[in-house]
Every structure is written in structure tokens, then in C-alpha cells.
Design a protein around this ligand. Structure first.
Ligand code: ZN
Length: 342
């Protein structure tokens, strides 16, 4: 009897524990979103264990703010560091100095999220640190085909480019490239043609972080000259399917997944406005003047007709919808406008 009672007690205790655990479960399982720090330009914050974000200076309309190139994320693995984006040579050196304040481990891989200067022209600076440059195969191709001519053009404007050299990609990949040890896990992914034909994002499944390069920006920074706006919208939907807490955009502040919806809205409404303009036989200039996205200013702080970038975007979408753009050739050295871009 005693035995049975104690058994019952044990069952009850066990059951009680189970009930207790069950009642505790929702609280324990409640998704704990990583906080998003409010950061100043050039500040570095550890946004998840071993994951650092550097917020580079940028403004769509304030010319007193120097352009600091792309944002950066670096991930400290057990034996090495992985860095997202190479930036321009001067900024690459600044970022390396910042990385060394956070870890003594060697920088082993740098991902060029695409071939534009503010994401790839610092490659030689990282290589001197012993890093291998990784990029999607289309970005590697564009840097090879388009790179020398675009580099020369940029060298006229930037002393750091003039004094450095164009370094090509060491490792290129097709769909994805994965780095993993028992501390960190990063997957470089290609969703398709978005900002450029060779966009790569870095997904950190453990921390639910996605570093997007310019495939997703936070603000009036959507350069569209090498983009495929229709494919971009579809790829944003694919990105949105990932489990993500924090989006580290190529330019602008850290954000949540809501950024994808804002970007999608911008491209969708832009395409609709340009389509209507074409039907009404308007010129790209007239279409630009007629743009009226009030929500856009709430998001970016800048009116949609106030930036030269949006004027260029209208022209690009206009040419896309008029069938004047061969997306497969965007970024080729002999393609009109193919050497510019950020
Ligand atoms: Zn870019």
C-alpha cells in the first residue's frame, strides 16, 4: 500500500511537474526577438553573440554627411571571422580597425554581396589581411567584365580607389555557400536577380539574422540601374519566408522583416505608376513629377520625387516596361549605364 501510495505520489509529483512545465511552456517558448539598437553612424554593436553590425554613414539628401559606403556585419567563428561586404578601400581599412577591436581572430572570408564599388572595391585591402573574397558567380563575372572600366571611372572621383587595385573574387558560388562550426552558421544565398544579377545575402539561421546587401535597403537608397524590378519583387517574397528577427540592410538602419514589405510596396507602386504613365503617353520626367507615395516619406524621411535616385529608377522601370532592357546583359561593360551604380 505504502508502495502504491508512494508510486501515486511519484506519479502525481511527476504529473505535477509535467503540468507545471506545460503551464510554463508558453512563457519559455515565447519568441524572444533580438533587440535592435539605435545606432549612430560608424558605430559598432554586437547584435547577437559573436555577431557585430557596423552602421555606415549615408544620407539621401544631406550632402554634409559623408558617404561611408555599405553597412557591415561580421561573424566571429571559433577560429576565424567572416565579413559581409568589402566596401571601398578607405572604408575597408576603417572597418578592419573596428573588427580588431572586437576580436583577435583572423579574417578568413569576405562576401561581396554584389559587384558595385561600395561593396567590392575594397577586396584588395581584405586580401592583404589574408581573407578570401566570396561572391555569387554573376557578381564575380560582372566584376571581371565590368570591373576594370568601372574601376577607372571611380578612380577619377576617389583617391582611395586610385591608390588601390581591383581584386577579383577567389570563391564564387551558384545557389549557396555555407560556413559552419560549433559556434556559428552562415549561409550565403542567391535568391535571383534583385538589385543586380549577382546579389547574395548572408543568412544566420541560429540568430535569425539576414544580411541583404542592397537587395534590401532601409531608406531612399534603391539604386535600380542594374536591377530587374519584376524579379526583385518575387525574390523579396522568398526572403520573407525565412525565419528572421533582424534584417541588416546594405544601406540604412537595422530593421525587421517589415522592410521587405516596404521595399515590395515601393517596386510594385513604382511599376504601376510607370505602366500608367506609359499608357497615358507620358515621358519618364512627367511620370517622375507625378509620383505621389506619401507613405514613402514616412519610411525614408525623403519625398519620392526629391531624390535623383528615384528619377533614375523611373527611367529604368520605363525602359524595362518598354522592353528595352535585356536583364541578362545588365552590368556588362558595353551596356549603356553599365558601369555606374552603388
Ligand atoms: Zn549596389
Amino acid at each position: 500500500m505504502l508502495k502504491r501510495l508512494s508510486l501515486l505520489a511519484a506519479v502525481a509529483v511527476a504529473f505535477g511537474l509535467v503540468v507545471f512545465a506545460a503551464s510554463e511552456k508558453p512563457a519559455a517558448d515565447e519568441p524572444k526577438q533580438l533587440p535592435i539598437p539605435d545606432m549612430k553612424f560608424n558605430e559598432v554593436q554586437e547584435i547577437a553573440p559573436g555577431v557585430f553590425f557596423r552602421y555606415s554613414s549615408i544620407s539621401a539628401n544631406d550632402k554634409t554627411i559623408p558617404f561611408g559606403g555599405s553597412n557591415h556585419t561580421w561573424i566571429v567563428f571559433k577560429d576565424y571571422v567572416v565579413v559581409i561586404d568589402a566596401n571601398f578601400p578607405k572604408d575597408a581599412a576603417d572597418v578592419i580597425a573596428d573588427i580588431k577591436k572586437t576580436t583577435k581572430k583572423p579574417i578568413k572570408y569576405v562576401l561581396d554581396t554584389h559587384h558595385h564599388g561600395d561593396h567590392a572595391y575594397g577586396n584588395a585591402v581584405w586580401a592583404k589581411e589574408g581573407a578570401k573574397i566570396v561572391a555569387h558567380k554573376n557578381a564575380a563575372r560582372l566584376l571581371k567584365v565590368n570591373g576594370p572600366k568601372a574601376w577607372e571611372a571611380e578612380a577619377k572621383n576617389r583617391k582611395d580607389v586610385k591608390e588601390s587595385e581591383l581584386k577579383q573574387v577567389d570563391i564564387s558560388f551558384d545557389d549557396k555557400y555555407e560556413l559552419k562550426d560549433d559556434t556559428q552558421h552562415v549561409v550565403f544565398m542567391h535568391f535571383g536577380h534583385m538589385h543586380t544579377p549577382g546579389d547574395a545575402s548572408a543568412y544566420l539561421p541560429k540568430h535569425k539574422i539576414l544580411c541583404t546587401g542592397d537587395a534590401c535597403v532601409n531608406g531612399a537608397f534603391n539604386y535600380m540601374g542594374h536591377s530587374n524590378s519584376s524579379s526583385w519583387i518575387k525574390c523579396l517574397d522568398e526572403m520573407n519566408k525565412l525565419d528572421i528577427d533582424i534584417v541588416c540592410p546594405g544601406h540604412g538602419k537595422l530593421g525587421r522583416k517589415e522592410l521587405f514589405a516596404l521595399e515590395k510596396r515601393y517596386f510594385t507602386e513604382l511599376r504601376a505608376a510607370v505602366k500608367k504613365g506609359i499608357d497615358d503617353k507620358k515621358t519618364p520626367e512627367e511620370i517622375t513629377k507625378g509620383l505621389d507615395f506619401k507613405w514613402y516619406k514616412d519610411w525614408t524621411g525623403v519625398g519620392v520625387v526629391e531624390t535623383d535616385m528615384n528619377k533614375d529608377s523611373v527611367k529604368h522601370v520605363y525602359n524595362e516596361l518598354m522592353g528595352k532592357i535585356d536583364h541578362d546583359r545588365l552590368g556588362a561593360a558595353d551596356f549603356p549605364g553599365g558601369v555606374a551604380g552603388r
